[in-house]
Design a protein around this ligand. Structure first.
Ligand SMILES: NC(=O)c1ccc[n+]([C@@H]2O[C@H](COP(=O)([O-])OP(=O)(O)OC[C@H]3O[C@@H](n4cnc5c(N)ncnc54)[C@H](OP(=O)(O)O)[C@@H]3O)[C@@H](O)[C@H]2O)c1
Length: 178
């Protein structure tokens, strides 16, 4: 079997119904979680490397224009549309399994950042090492949901329950394969 070139992680924020979004946007505004997302997905041990983020075309379009592409990370977007115009440096892919073979040598880790369709594909087709979940203790009437996680992922770390400046309580949890 070919060795896996880099560790692959999922990162997601969910509400109490495992909702992740509404009308192609996040259903909540939680600056503390945006900072956590930035920190987890940009941190590298080897300063000569960067991380890659893998997302679906809809999640790409949900990013604010100033964050297209997400800075300090190689942005890879999954789409069937070969004519879609992305900014320079963004890598389009039409097959999630091909992602591993096209990662350049300077990539330390790959983070799957959503949305629901891409989480589904990643959980079934990629060797996911860990899942970073921000649990938001509220419900937001989401229309898009995180898939059920396989029992082989078990909870490894959890933060205390924190309170956001703008109200909701939340917790950072990491699951990984046993
Ligand atoms: N809470 C969180 O942590 C979080 C994180 C990310 C996103 N979100 C939310 O999730 C929602 C978006 O999720 P989503 O599931 O609707 O969309 P998505 O997964 O972001 O993107 C779906 C798109 O990916 C492409 N795609 C899917 N499967 C493919 C395949 N097998 N081959 C090639 N391309 C494929 C298609 O693009 P084409 O149509 O162009 O072919 C499809 O329309 C938004 O509400 C967003 O805010 C939440």
């Amino acid at each position: 079997m070919k060795p896996i070139p880099v560790p692959i992680h999922i990162i997601v924020a969910v509400d109490q119904e495992w909702g992740i979004g509404k009308r192609n946007s996040l259903a909540w505004y939680l600056p503390e979680d945006l900072a956590h997302f930035r920190k987890i997905t940009t941190t590298v041990r080897d300063k000569n490397k960067i991380n890659a983020v893998l997302m679906g075309r809809k999640t790409w379009e949900s990013l604010p224009e100033k964050s297209q592409p997400l800075p300090q990370r190689l942005n890879i977007v999954v789409t069937h549309n070969k004519d879609y115009k992305f900014p320079e440096g963004v890598i389009p892919v039409d097959d999630i399994a091909s992602v591993l073979s096209l990662l350049p040598d300077n990539i330390e880790s790959l983070f799957v950042i959503g949305g629901a369709q891409i989480y589904h594909l990643a959980l079934s087709q990629l060797p996911i090492e860990s899942i970073f979940i921000t649990k938001v203790f509220a419900t937001f009437g989401c229309d898009t949901f995180f898939p059920q996680v396989d029992a082989q992922f078990t909870k490894k770390d959890e933060s205390s329950i924190l309170t956001a400046k703008n109200g909701p309580q939340y917790q950072f949890v990491r699951y990984s394969k046993t």
